[in-house]
Design a protein around this ligand. Structure first.
Ligand SMILES: [Ca+2]
Ligand SMILES: [Ca+2]
Ligand SMILES: [Ca+2]
Ligand SMILES: [Ca+2]
Length: 364
């Protein structure tokens, strides 16, 4: 027993917390005879250091080693990375400043982009080498057309000296309102797809290809154009969208910019006569326009258009608005429709859904 105690103590002493394994240990077995220790057999073997095996339970030195190790690694790697990044940035920066060199125009694609970045970051250093000596080069801005529909967006600019030819797909004007969609550009045809195809800030308005459409509101709208304004004569919607205040909001959905589209404001006899056939022949039900009696006093001088302005006379020609006989006649009827039978004006309550006419002015 004494010998075994000595061997155990030797074994323990052989472990070292910073060694992943113990090179050689004596594994001993005690032979007994009649309860008396007679012989101890020992064999040599290599044993792992338990301090490195007990990952879950060990604390102290191993735990410190385990956590400090990644930290050290992270520090080292981040140091390397940051060095790498900064050197990469440096080298890219150099290539960027070299970018303007190909302003000869041969290159395209990414090198063109480099030129752009280098130029916009105020690095026309090589430009200076060639032609830019303090104002000698009059710079011209070119814009890239990404969706290749013949119109550039504003996402990438290229500065060249006046007279230099830009690469293909660069244009002097950035007028593509969606440069990621080649069916949207100032040259595109407006079609019934819910988009402003022709970049005039109006969606699905009248065109030769779009006389009626239901994409925006889910109800059919008959489209028209008159004197540069666009009109949507929309069939009645159910609660709540067809009610007068809600209909005004539905009209705004045709525009991609604020204050371009409202319920129709009829400001002349000619505009009235333009609108009537759409109501009587196509919509065929009472159609709300944007006139309302905000004060509820039937004082025509105080009637308002939802798009702004008051009903004063009847526009520039001063004619009397074409009210149906004895209309407006009710202080509680604060909205105005065009009647489907005659097209004449009639005041109505706001507790009933109507068809409605929108009028929109194109944006820039
Ligand atoms: Ca484009
Ligand atoms: Ca486009
Ligand atoms: Ca449009
Ligand atoms: Ca459209």
């Amino acid at each position: 027993m004494f010998l075994m105690d000595r061997l155990r103590s030797l074994k323990i002493a052989a472990y070292h917390p910073h060694m992943t394994s113990v090179p050689t240990l004596l594994r001993c077995r005690e032979l007994r005879l009649n309860g008396v220790s007679m012989l101890v057999l020992c064999t040599a073997c290599t044993m792992p250091n338990p301090a490195f095996m007990e990952t879950g339970s060990s604390t102290g030195e191993y735990a410190e080693t385990a956590t400090s190790s990644p930290t050290t690694f992270a520090d080292t790697s981040s140091g390397d990375d940051s060095t790498g990044v900064s050197s990469e940035v440096g080298s890219e920066g150099e290539s960027m400043t070299e970018g303007p060199d190909p302003t000869t125009g041969d290159d395209s694609g990414s090198e063109t982009a480099d030129t752009t970045i280098g130029t916009t970051t105020g690095e026309p250093a090589t430009d200076t080498d060639t032609s830019d000596t303090e104002g000698a080069c009059e710079e011209v801005v070119w814009y890239r057309d990404f969706d290749l529909d013949g119109h550039a967006g504003n996402s990438e600019q290229l500065l060249l000296c006046a007279g230099e030819q830009p690469p293909a797909d660069y244009y002097a004007e950035a007028d593509d309102c969606d440069d990621a969609n080649d069916i949207v550009s100032p040259s595109a045809n407006e079609v019934c797809d819910g988009l402003d195809n022709n970049c005039n800030h109006l969606r699905d308005e009248f065109s030769d290809l779009n006389h009626a459409c239901e994409m925006i509101l889910g109800a059919t709208c008959f489209n028209a154009e008159y004197e540069g304004h666009f009109y949507y004569f929309c069939q009645d919607l159910t609660f709540p969208d067809g009610f007068p205040p809600a209909a005004e909001l539905k009209c705004t959905e045709f525009a991609t910019a604020p204050n371009l589209s409202h319920l129709m404001a009829i400001e002349s006899q000619a505009e009235h006569e333009f609108a009537v056939p759409y109501v009587t022949d196509l919509v065929q039900v009472e159609t709300l326009i944007g006139l309302y009696d905000a004060l509820g006093n039937n004082n025509l001088e105080q009637y308002q258009w939802t798009g702004g302005g008051q009903l004063v006379g009847y526009g520039a020609d001063g004619q009397t608005p074409p009210w149906k006989a004895n209309e407006p006649n009710n202080l509680n009827e604060q909205w105005v429709v065009l009647r489907a039978d005659t097209g004449l004006w009639n005041d109505v309550t706001n507790d009933y859904p109507y068809a409605f006419a929108c009028e929109a002015i194109p944006g820039e």
